[in-house]
Ligand binder design. Structure first.
Ligand SMILES: [Zn+2]
Length: 429
């Protein structure tokens, strides 16, 4: 069932649809026959595998949620015996139990294959050296990228997260042409390189593969500018496979979802109904080939839109927009709905501002209180109060947001994250 990456990503959509339909039927049957959770859920919805003959029937099926993973901890969602597994990962459980995910040998092979498609889309080949700055271990990021790059034949430098000065020295000495990491860490790496006396833009990195955190276009531009590289986004989540669900090509117009493996829908997070084509909503994914852990209609919590027209690169597979926010990240401040990424976009419009900020929310009596702290750019030598006023005006005009406090702080004043995901929002309400 392996496909050559180059061909399958350019399949005519009618052929792709046939493949999706037959794989969906197999997946639903596999889940129904081997996972009691799905057997019960489908029974409760009055659906049998025979009722699902094409992706148009998906809406008959109930959603799977992250709570379902937690309720079925550790391995009750697995569709194979433990002997059939060759790998187990877990998502970071910031609250409660982690989500445990498992892979058969075929699952690992497909994971490598989708990673290779992403590398190809990013313009990488066997002559590239990839420095992997994602954390190894239970987190899927490190080993996902590592195995994919190895399968493709790139040289991998498995540094993992942290040790930033060492990362910079290795990048420079081993001449890695590509690096994979979170967007906030890419900026921190550039900063550290500058402190060490390097010109970050002169480092050998030509391609930055970033992901695992939301990243706005102005943030991407900062990364490209500072590292003198092309930055492309990657998307994935452990519950579906890990990294490798979707990857951006050099056209930089959204991430191609590898649709022959993962079927995407976009729904209204409130009603659960599908939204119209090109409209924003919550991404829902169904695995089409997974053996150990088939997942039907998983609510990712990630807000995005899908573009179905053929990309400039010639690939026919749908593109998803950079994730604008997670349904559980939505901030409601005095009745105004806003995603942290929207605040980021506004803040980074200003040249005098560095791409580092934090949002503090608290409550005074019954009133929300919003404090925004923004770092000044190293080169800023203008009028602080004028910058402050323009920022406040812009936040008010674009987002109807009026912070109770806006602090402009010195470069480097906001704490950096070396390992794991950056935290920018502190909600103490
Ligand atoms: Zn493309």
């Amino acid at each position: 069932m392996t496909d050559s990456g180059a061909d399958v990503t350019r399949l005519p959509r009618t052929e792709l649809r046939e493949r999706q339909n037959s794989r969906l039927q197999e997946t639903v049957r596999h889940a129904y026959e081997n996972v009691s959770f799905y057997r019960d859920r489908l029974a409760a919805a009055g659906v049998t595998p025979d009722d699902v003959t094409s992706v148009d029937d998906l809406t008959k099926l109930p959603f799977t949620t992250k709570e379902d993973f937690r309720d079925n901890y550790p391995t009750d969602l697995f569709a194979v015996d433990m002997e059939a597994l060759v790998r187990i990962h877990a998502s970071s459980g910031t609250t409660g139990k982690p989500k445990i995910v498992g892979y058969t040998e075929n699952d690992l092979a497909r994971w490598q294959e989708v990673m290779c498609r992403g590398f190809e889309a990013a313009g990488l080949d066997t002559s590239d050296t990839l420095q992997n700055a994602y954390g190894y271990g239970l987190f899927t990021g490190g080993l996902g990228f590592h195995d994919g790059a190895t399968a493709m034949g790139m040289a991998v430098v498995p540094v993992g997260g942290g040790q930033t000065q060492r990362q910079v020295e290795l990048l420079s000495d081993l001449e890695a042409t590509a690096i994979c990491l979170t967007p906030s860490y890419a900026l921190y790496l550039a900063e550290t390189a500058a402190e060490m006396g390097y010109d970050p833009a002169e480092l050998p990195v030509e391609t930055v593969l970033y992901g695992a955190e939301p990243c706005t276009e102005p943030m991407r531009a900062e990364i490209e500018d500072r590292l003198g590289a092309t930055a492309v986004e990657n998307y994935g989540l452990s519950e579906i496979i890990g990294p490798g669900v979707a990857a951006e090509c050099r056209a930089q117009t959204g991430m191609h979802i590898w649709e022959d493996q993962f079927y995407p829908e976009v729904i209204d997070p409130q009603t659960g109904d599908p939204v119209g084509e090109g409209e924003e909503g919550e991404l829902v994914l169904t695995t089409l080939t997974k053996e150990a852990l088939p997942v039907l209609r998983y609510r990712t919590g990630d807000m995005t839109t899908l573009e179905y027209d053929t990309c400039d690169c010639g690939r026919t597979m749908v593109r998803m927009d950079s994730v604008t926010g997670r349904t559980d990240d939505l901030l409601i401040v005095r009745g105004v709905n806003v995603y942290p990424s929207e605040i980021e976009s506004v803040v980074l419009e200003f040249d005098g501002v560095a791409p580092h900020y934090r949002i503090d929310l608290s409550r005074e009596g019954t009133m929300d209180r919003l404090e925004l702290t923004v770092e000044l750019a190293e080169e800023f030598d203008g009028d602080r109060s004028a910058l402050r006023k323009s920022l406040l005006d812009r936040l008010s005009n674009v987002l109807s947001l009026e912070p109770d406090k806006l602090d402009l702080v010195a470069p480097g004043a906001i704490e950096r994250t070396e390992v794991g995901k950056v935290q920018r929002v502190y909600d103490r309400r």
